[in-house]
Unconditional design. Structure first.
Length: 201
């Protein structure tokens, strides 16, 4: 059971970092991004990094893919084993958006998720699905606020909800930097800070 908790809250935190875009607001569906994140996972400090790719299909739909890896900052015992848990996550999905105004959009998406937990030479993996929904708003010409709620479930996952808030600054129309906070919504199970860079093309 503890392995399943690690898998699902790790996915909620790391894969919840994928963002959805609205072309009506002048934002690109085509981008390549990278994130660095750190925080607490089941009471232990962890850190990691991830990458995401988004490609536009038309004015309403886009496809996304993410990959991430995280590791506890110190070794921990579990039953008869001791080691540093390493969590890897992958996702691929389809997103949809609709405008709420000329500066704000509602976005949602569904995705396939896979998680792999490596610990003391053992590997546990799980497959499931995720649903994202949220709002993106341009606060200023170079400043964007993102708020997303995510759900992860499936036969091999314990169901969980999470959320993420992200502030993005556009250095140029093609290059942006971001900072945000995420929470796996399981008390103190998974929460932390994330910083990223993105290139639109």
């Amino acid at each position: 059971m503890k392995y399943k908790i690690l898998l699902v809250i790790g996915m909620a935190g790391m894969l919840g970092s994928g963002t959805l875009h609205a072309q009506q607001s002048g934002l690109s569906y085509n981008y390549l991004g990278a994130d660095y994140f750190e925080g607490d996972l089941l009471g232990d400090e962890f850190s990691g990094y991830g990458a995401e790719l988004s490609l536009s299909l038309n004015n309403s739909f886009f496809v996304t893919g993410t990959a991430s890896t995280a590791e506890n900052d110190r070794s921990r015992p579990f039953q008869q084993w001791t080691g540093k848990p390493e969590l890897r996550g992958y996702s691929a999905g389809l997103g949809f958006h609709t405008p709420l105004s000329d500066r704000a959009d509602f976005v949602t998406g569904v995705k396939y998720v896979r998680s792999e937990l490596k610990f003391a030479g053992r590997t546990v993996d799980a497959d499931g699905y995720g649903i994202d929904a949220g709002i993106r708003a341009m606060l200023a010409p170079r400043l964007e606020l993102e708020g997303m709620v995510n759900y992860i479930g499936g036969d091999e996952f314990d169901e969980t909800f999470g959320y993420r808030a992200n502030l993005r600054f556009y250095v140029t129309p093609a290059l942006s930097l971001s900072a945000g906070y995420f929470d796996g919504d399981n008390g103190d199970a998974a929460d932390g800070l994330v910083a990223g860079i993105r290139l639109n093309f």
